[in-house]
Design a protein around this ligand. Structure first.
Ligand code: ATP
Length: 669
């Protein structure tokens, strides 16, 4: 039986709103859309055959997290199957005793031991069910937690390049549904196991009672099973096809309530406009829900009719067998009960099998992600780096992003020495941030080398490379934690409870250094103020105030190479001057500062200035040297100075087409 025919009607109608807002149906570039194909090709046998492989991963996880709970569930479910089989045999025995000849009192008396045994078996069944529920309840959250930990730890260990790769991100996206699905898979496994065992038990008893009873049970249960499977499959297909539409409607809802859109929503009247589109899209989605409900009702009615007809045939056949003396009345009575319970459990089994299949699709995504993440993980171990830094060298470095034809860096060679303040300048997209990521070991060069005191980053223990870098990037993280932790998170390892006092004073010193102490003074709970407006009692900072916290964090990290990328973009003029002073002060005999900025005033003091243009290094030298050269740097500087009219224009502010000639190795003469 084919599980699913793809009815044309499930294709979402593109609403006028979707067309207007998104130019057509909104399709998330998400990995889970792959399931559509898995489902479309699904057939009952294929589903059943793939089941052990698909639930294997979850069961292995359950085995690893709580072996006793898993064994308890399995034993309790098997025990319940046995009790239900014994229960049926007891019923048969009781009926046989009650239907034989003799006075009612005698027959009842004779049936008492079997009745008592039946009661005992029922109690045992209930105890086993409660044991199974308790153990499964203990197991499920543990499996979800273990799966989520597996997901998160795999994600944090991969190379940055993987995180920026669209394919990998799709996998990352689809795998996030894996942990809750693993939890539900445990529940569905338990239900399926219980269903299978009780079905085997019922089938066994029926076969013992009369060989014709088992085929009869299947005849009655099959239509209901088919109906349950069909409804579940159609619901799933509809969910897959319509989820994009539902998400699009939800996206509009989020835009209406988000903080950043709030001013335009009000002033530009975007609120009423989007609300109308939301209603329009919701109505289209409701029509799909109505279609599904009608389809479900029709399927269930058809299944019930077929099942009723099968029951009629079965009971008719049983009647004929009884009349012809080929079936005992007591056996027939037991058979009626067994057929009813058996058909109900077969229907439930089909439904749980379907759930199991659905959930395990998501768990399989998680498994694929974990395997791929392991393949793309940052290698652990490697050559150690010397404790004191002498220099970091880039030699003939080429680097391209996977989805770009043009290289982001091409033949770049430069040296950063301890004690230096090195500035990287260049127009937008010239490769400054990319260079910084290579320097920090976040990306590896396609060719050429990056060496830390002679050790190639490819061979180095990357943890040691990271340990020696402090990063203050343009989009540095504004952690939703307290002011203190926002600074201390710069070096989480310093959070040793035994040196809590030291740490507190270091946080204060770092804040003072960056000028963040004056901000803290005005916060309602000082350093213990939570910085995230979304939480109750928290405070929010302005962009410039956050930059001061970023600088304080960098200072607190106290690394060998401090990289500061556009650290003053949101600062007022006074704060900017102070920030550049602080940055200059960060350099020390064993520490280098790499400054990336478009503020030419902040670059003047650098020991060496490197100018990048379209991924190539085109100029290098001190401020005076580069001004005298009259190349790209001099033009950029003159352009900014000219805006204030306080510096004589040395030349036209337009950038030169050809600046100082780069040497073959990418460095500049
Ligand atoms: N993650 C990425 N994936 C693909 N291309 C990227 C990525 N990051 C940067 N690029 C591209 O690489 C080139 C260099 O970018 P980079 O961010 O290094 O420039 P930048 O000099 O720091 O620019 P800006 O001054 O605007 O910060 C640009 O063409 C940019 O579009």
């Amino acid at each position: 039986m084919r599980l699913l025919k793809r009815p044309e009607a499930t294709e979402p109608a593109v609403s006028a709103s979707e067309r207007r807002l998104f130019g057509g149906p909104l399709r998330y570039d998400a990995g889970w859309s792959n399931h559509e194909y898995a489902q479309l090709e699904g057939r009952l046998l294929t589903t059943l055959r793939s089941m052990p492989r698909m639930v294997g991963g979850t069961l292995r996880l359950a085995w690893a997290t709580d072996r006793p709970a898993l064994l308890t569930v399995a034993a309790a479910e098997a025990g319940q199957g046995v009790t239900s089989a014994v229960g049926l045999l007891v019923i048969s025995d009781v009926l046989r005793t009650l239907l034989r000849e003799g006075s009612a009192a005698d027959r009842l008396h004779a049936a008492l031991p079997a009745l008592a045994a039946g009661a005992l078996v029922a109690v045992l069944g209930a105890v086993l069910a409660s044991r199974s529920t308790a153990a499964a309840g203990r197991l499920e959250p543990k499996v979800e937690r273990a799966a989520y930990e597996q997901y998160l730890s795999a994600a944090v260990e991969v190379e940055l390049e993987a995180i920026e790769d669209g394919e990998f991100r799709r996998l990352l996206d689809s795998a996030q549904w894996g942990p809750p699905s693993a939890r539900r898979t445990v529940g569905a496994c338990v239900a399926t196991l219980g269903g299978v065992i009780s079905l085997i038990a019922t089938a066994g008893v029926l076969t013992v009672l009369h060989p014709l009873l088992l085929p009869m049970l299947l005849l009655i249960a099959a239509p209901r099973g088919w109906g349950a499977m069909r409804v579940a499959q159609r619901r799933y297909l509809s969910m897959i096809t319509w989820v994009e539409h539902v998400r699009a409607a939800r996206l509009i809802g989020q835009l209406l309530i988000s903080r950043t859109s709030a001013p335009e929503v009000r002033v530009h009247g975007v609120g009423r406009y989007l609300l109308g589109h939301y209603r329009n899209m919701a109505e289209v989605a409701e029509s799909e829900a109505t279609r599904l409900a009608k389809d479900k009702a029709a399927t269930e009615l058809l299944a019930a009719t077929l099942s009723g007809l099968a029951a009629l045939v079965t009971y008719g056949a049983m009647g004929a067998l009884i009349v012809s003396g080929r079936m005992d009345l007591a056996v027939a009575g037991t058979a009626v009960i067994a057929v009813r319970t058996g058909s109900a459990s077969l229907g439930a089994l089909v439904a749980t099998t379907n759930t199991l299949h659905e959930e395990s699709l998501y768990v399989r995504d998680l498994e694929r992600f974990v395997a791929e993440a392991a393949r793309r993980a940052i290698p652990s171990g490697g050559a150690p780096l010397p404790e004191r830094l002498a220099a970091v060298r880039l030699r003939n470095v080429d680097f391209s992003y996977p989805d770009r034809d043009e290289p982001a860096l091409s033949g770049v060679s430069l040296t950063i020495e301890a004690g230096q303040v090195v500035a990287l300048v260049g127009e937008n997209g010239s490769g400054k941030s990319t260079l910084v990521k290579l320097l920090a070991g976040l990306h590896l060069p396609d060719s050429g080398s990056v060496t830390w005191d002679g050790v190639d980053v490819r061979d180095a223990d990357r943890e040691q490379v990271f340990d020696r870098v402090a990063l203050l990037t343009q989009d540095f993280e504004r952690w939703p934690v307290t002011a203190r932790t926002n600074i201390a998170i710069g070096r989480p390892g310093k959070e040793d409870p035994e040196r809590a006092v030291d740490q507190a004073s270091e946080v204060v010193a770092a804040a003072r250094y960056a000028g963040a102490d004056r901000i803290v003074e005005k916060l309602p709970h000082g350093y213990e103020t939570l910085l995230a407006r979304v939480f109750r009692g928290a405070s929010e900072l302005s962009g410039g105030q956050w930059q001061k916290f970023g600088l304080a964090r960098t200072r607190f990290r106290d690394a060998r190479v401090l990289v500061v990328d556009e650290p003053t973009s949101a600062l007022d003029p006074e704060a900017e001057i102070a920030a550049f002073d602080s940055i200059r002060g960060l350099a020390g005999p064993e520490r280098a500062v790499v400054l990336v900025t478009h503020r030419m005033s902040g670059v003047r003091f650098a020991d060496v200035i490197y100018v990048l243009h379209e991924g190539r290094l085109v100029e290098r030298g001190g401020h005076d040297e580069l001004m005298a050269l009259g190349g790209r740097y001099a033009s950029m500087y003159a352009m900014q100075a000219a805006q204030f009219g306080d510096e004589p224009r040395r030349r036209s502010p337009s950038l030169p087409r050809q600046s100082a000639a780069p040497r073959n190795d990418g460095s500049v003469t």
